[in-house]
Design a protein around this ligand. Structure first.
Ligand SMILES: NC(=O)C1=CN([C@@H]2O[C@H](COP(=O)(O)OP(=O)(O)OC[C@H]3O[C@@H](n4cnc5c(N)ncnc54)[C@H](O)[C@@H]3O)[C@@H](O)[C@H]2O)C=CC1
Ligand SMILES: O=C(O)[C@@H]1CCC=N1
Length: 269
């Protein structure tokens, strides 16, 4: 396994983010990372950017790699696993990043009890600030699990979860950057409407998000306590919060996150 490489099936956005993180931090040698994608242009672009290798077929990828990342859309899993199946053996470790796809689905389609690590990363991996949740099948060795954790830790944090929580966590760390961007956009649009230029507003919003996240990390400070700290009696914040509560903001977030989890369940079927 030590001399074998890391293979990526799929050279899209997430594969690119993970590969760039691994290569940028020198966590794994670039010359032992291979990518295969049906879109050759994406493969070659990633090869050029990260200095890694491309494989011209799944067979070549499997021959060179002891660890195979499955980095295609959930809808493409069935075709990809069928293409891998003829070359598979129980020494190959699979690492999936797909929403909704269970470890059982992967071993079932491969008809092989290969070790599988199921991960749920997010796009902030691209800037070294990712948050990845993961679980593993019982036959993944501690050494392999540590290695895969270190690959994701190269570009963010890693949290180990039970597989039963891997669909729900998508709404917490993986789809959630989109909710944050939507909130940022809405704030920016309002700021512009109130005469503040977009660039200045976005910078203030980003710094406020980062500062608020740092406050949330302080021990003994709950979100409720932090809201209270901002809300002066008779002041401005309470007026803004009144509008959020009137529009059932928390209920809306709950519904959105549950819709996300429901879709993950559908994708896994
Ligand atoms: N975009 C995001 O924020 C996140 C995505 N994910 C998961 O990551 C996975 C990949 O998503 P993205 O990178 O966003 O998608 P993407 O569309 O950028 O990349 C998928 C790649 O798979 C390739 N592909 C399709 N069929 C193939 C086949 N049969 N053989 C080889 N390559 C094939 C496509 O050409 C494409 O380059 C998905 O399963 C998604 O659920 C997980 C967490 C966050
Ligand atoms: O939207 C999706 O399905 C993927 C999974 C999590 C983030 N993007």
């Amino acid at each position: 396994m030590e001399e074998k490489g890391l293979g990526f099936i799929g050279a899209g956005n997430m594969a690119g983010a993970i590969v760039n993180g691994i290569v940028g931090t020198k966590t794994f040698p670039a010359q032992r990372i291979y990518v295969y994608d049906i879109n050759r242009e994406k493969c070659e672009a990633l090869q050029k950017k990260a200095g890694i290798r491309t494989a011209s077929s799944i067979e070549e990828l499997v021959k060179n790699c002891g660890i195979l990342f499955l980095a295609v859309k959930p809808q493409n899993f069935s075709e990809v696993l069928a293409a891998v199946k003829p070359f598979v053996n129980e020494r190959i470790l699979f690492v999936s990043i797909a929403a909704g796809i269970s470890t059982g689905y992967i071993t079932g389609e491969l008809d092989c009890s290969c070790p599988v690590i199921r991960t749920m990363p997010n796009t902030p991996l691209l800037v070294g600030k990712g948050a990845t949740a993961m679980c593993k099948t019982a036959n993944v060795t501690d050494v392999d699990f540590q290695l895969v954790q270190s690959l994701f830790a190269a570009c963010g944090t890693v949290t180990v979860l039970d597989e039963s929580r891997m669909n729900a966590v998508i709404s917490v760390n993986s789809s959630s950057p989109a909710y944050i961007y939507l909130f940022a956009k809405a704030m920016m649009d309002s700021a512009v409407g109130q005469g503040i230029d977009a660039k200045t507003a976005l910078e203030l919003i980003c710094q406020t998000f980062e500062g608020s996240a740092a406050m949330l990390r302080q021990p003994d400070l709950t979100p409720e306590a932090l809201i209270k700290m901002v809300s002066s009696p008779g002041g401005t914040t309470l007026k803004a919060l009144d509008v959020f509560y009137e529009h059932h903001f928390e209920q809306m977030v709950d519904e959105a996150m549950k819709a996300c989890t429901k879709r993950a369940e559908e994708l896994g079927k």
